[in-house]
Structures are given as C-alpha cells and as structure tokens.
Design a protein around this ligand. Sequence first.
Ligand code: FE2
Length: 515
Amino acid sequence: MTSTQTAQSENPYLNGFLAPVSAEVTATDLAVTGHIPEHLDGRYLRNGPNPAVEVDPATYHWFSGDGMVHGVSLGDGQARWYRNRWVRSPAVCAALGESLPGRPNPRAGMSSLGANTNVLTHAGRTLALVEGGVANYELTDELDTVGPCDFDGTLAGGYTAHPHRDPRTGELHAVSYSFARGRTVQYSVIDTDGHARRTVDIEVTGSPMMHDFSLTDKYVVIYDLPVTFDPVQLMPASVPRWLQLPTRLVLQSLLGRVRIPGPIAAWTNRGSNRETRRMVGMPYAWNPDYPARIGVMPRDGANRDVRWFEIEPCYVYHPLNAYSEFRDGARGTEEVLVLDVVRYSRMFDRDRRGPGDSMPTLDRWTINLTTGAVASECRDDRSQEFPRINETLLGGRHRFGYTVGVDGGFLAAGEADLSSALYKHDYATGSSTVAAIDPDLLLGEMSFIPNPASDSADPVPPAEDDGILMGYGYHRGRDEGQLLLLDAQTLESVATVHLPQRVPMGFHGNWASTG
Ligand SMILES: [Fe+2]
C-alpha cells in the first residue's frame, strides 16, 4: 500500500465524491449483491484524476490531476479483485519516491500531466490514455505501469483520450491534437497489431482543444471549436516580472501556431518538478474570436478533402454517435449526416477549474451533405454527460443512447445537493427513461457491454439494448464505492460489487474482455 497526503480544500474538484483517494489498494473475493452474469470474464477499468501530492486548491484544475486507474476483475460469476493504481508518470514517480518504469520516450509525448482520462485494451495491451500531446502509458493486466506508449514507434507526439474502435475491423481511429502540432490535428488509424498504419494531418484554424471526434461508416468528423490553446498559462511562475511581457509575447507568437519538434515539446513541458507542477493549470480557454466549425472527411481522404460547416459557437467533449444516411429531399436523394452530441454553450470562459460555465445538453446536428444545410436541435435539456451506446453499432444508425444526468448542474452544486441519474434515450420514439436508482447513489460513466449472441442454429439478431451497463458509483449513505451492473433493457440492477474504498468520480472506463 502506498500513501500520500491529499488536499482538502474548497475546490469542488478536491472534495466530496470527487476527492482523491490516498492509497493504492488490492482486495480479492469482493462481496456481491445480486448475480454477476457468468459470461462476463474480464476487467472493468476506469481512469480519472487523483493528485499524488498536495495541490494548490486555488489553481488546481480537475483535468490536470495525476492519473489513477481503478479496476475490478470479474469471472465465473465472481468479483475476483479490485485494484487502484496511479499511472507512473515522472511526477507520480517523484511523489512516490520511485524510479521511472520503462525508458523515457520523448517521442511518446509530453510528460507534464499523467495519463488520466481513459483506459482501454487494444492489441493485447492495456493503455492509459490522455490528450493534448501528453504521453500515454501501457499498463499490465494488474494495472502496474509498463512505460510510455508510442505504438512501437509508429505514432509520435501523443495520441488521444478518445479513440473509436471500428466495429467491423477492430482498428482504432483517432484524432490527436497538441499545441506542438501547430495549426494541424492528426487523424490516425491503429491496426489490430497495435501499429499506426495511416496518419493524416488536417489543417485547422488555430490550436483547438479537440477532446473527441466522430467516426461513421464513411466519414471522420472533427469538431474545430472555440476552446483554444492559451500559451500564457504555460509561463513558469519563476519568470521575473520584467521578463513576463516579452516571454508572453514570444509564447503567443510561437506556441500553438508553429510545429514544435516532439523532444523539445517534451522538455518544455516535462513537469516532474514542483515548480512545473505548480504552473500546470488549464492551458486552454474560451476564444470568442475563433470560428466554430465541423469538418467532414471521407475515411480514406486527405486534408484537401475536408468539407467545413459553420455552426454556432459552443463546445463538445463527447459525441454519442454519428452516422450518415440517404433521405428523399428537394434534390432527390440527399445524403444527411447525423451527429448526436453533448453540447455546452460555453466552456473555460470564467470558470478555469473545471467545466462549469454552462450546463451540458443532449443535442443533434443534422448536416445535409448534398445541400450544405446545417440544422441543430436540443433533444434533451436536462444536464447530462458521458454518452455511450452499444458500440457494435458505432458509426451506423443507433436507436439507444445512455447518459448520466447530474441534477443541480454538472458539479456546480455542493455534494449534499448533488444527485445523479441514468438516462436511456430512445431515438426511435424520442422518449427517454430514467433508471430507478437509489437517490444516495452518485454515478459515473456507464459502459455498455453486449450480451453474447444466441448459440442456436437460427439465431435471432440480438436487440440493440440486450446488454449490461457497467460503471462505478458512490453510495453516500454507506460511504461505499460500488461497481454497478444494470440490465440495459430494463435499467434494473443485475449485480452490485461492494468495493473496499470510494472510487472518486472520474472520467472514462471500458470493459476489457479476457481473450
Ligand atoms: Fe472524455
């Protein structure tokens, strides 16, 4: 067990069910209420920020915390183990007094932050993921850190927290951004051997924060939105006052506008010492002068093939799904692109500690690729995030989507006032249902895991919502962390795994099936 001091403060991202935990725990043979389906053989893994040292609550940004992965192993109807482990970035190793695992690899990206945003398995590897040009890390099956990951030297300068797996090929598609890439972002395809087989540099207006993208059966859809790199946030506090203005001018003239060689970017933002950690805030901010656009590129296209569509200024972290289809229109058969997203009207404008400027709603953009017309509508104005679907349908038409609702605003209210909900949206009927969960339970993201297909000789195609929703919750009344398994058709509980400690509200998780 490793312990460090954790901060207690008025920063909402350091308190309540968001508060970091201070220990790495291993527990086996966990107590279960209900029945874990026998076919679930694997690990549920989820990443999130969890500072390993005391941080300044006045400047701490939720997105900058050291990465910690929480995992539960399931098999034979049992909950075999729970583990939580910090991802061993240089800063975490320094805090824990450990040597670095693996070799330093500046090609893999910057090390100013830990890999704190997502975790998944691909080509036999468990990967802790982050964005913005920061290095990703490979983990063992038991969540120990192996070292930085650059896909065996095939992808430099950092990856993304939100790759999308093509359900037909098993390949990972992604769009990576970094201030070190200048005015470009990079689309990449990682093959089933874990190597980049294709990259495309796409020109954008500046240096946007591009957290996620959409992948359809035919298109790559990118969101070039007005949250952009703010280089002044990277200026060290140690720069003398008389040098701050010229330093700021140099930073503004270079960073985010020109391409910076990977090793230099890695050095300038290495982040393992106290001074550098103090200055790590959020180097992206709302930019009212930046045009909001959606870019659409054929999957096998190039930069010159991208079509751009202007939209109202807003920000999107997470699309739910996207697809294109043909419809009858004024010009005969017209191709229409449907983008379901969680949309914020503003982001990182006044609130620089987290996503608190506006409430996220479930919206749909419809882009008529034949006429160029763009339409938008709010499908659900309740505050919600973490959209997921049955990802065997990713890129094609979906009927159901699952989101986590946060009443009182996303983290805007105190913990006592905060309540969460699980919404199931039916795009066929336009209706939604709310899971009847215990009001003392606060939910994080819920992943969809399809049930196995029928073994019969004439199998009936499985229903889209035939599966399990799985994710962590925190039960306030019991002061207990839980892994929740719900029936995606009924939203009723299938099983609850009782964990030995609270799992802080974090970011993204996935089911990693064994074999
Ligand atoms: Fe995300």
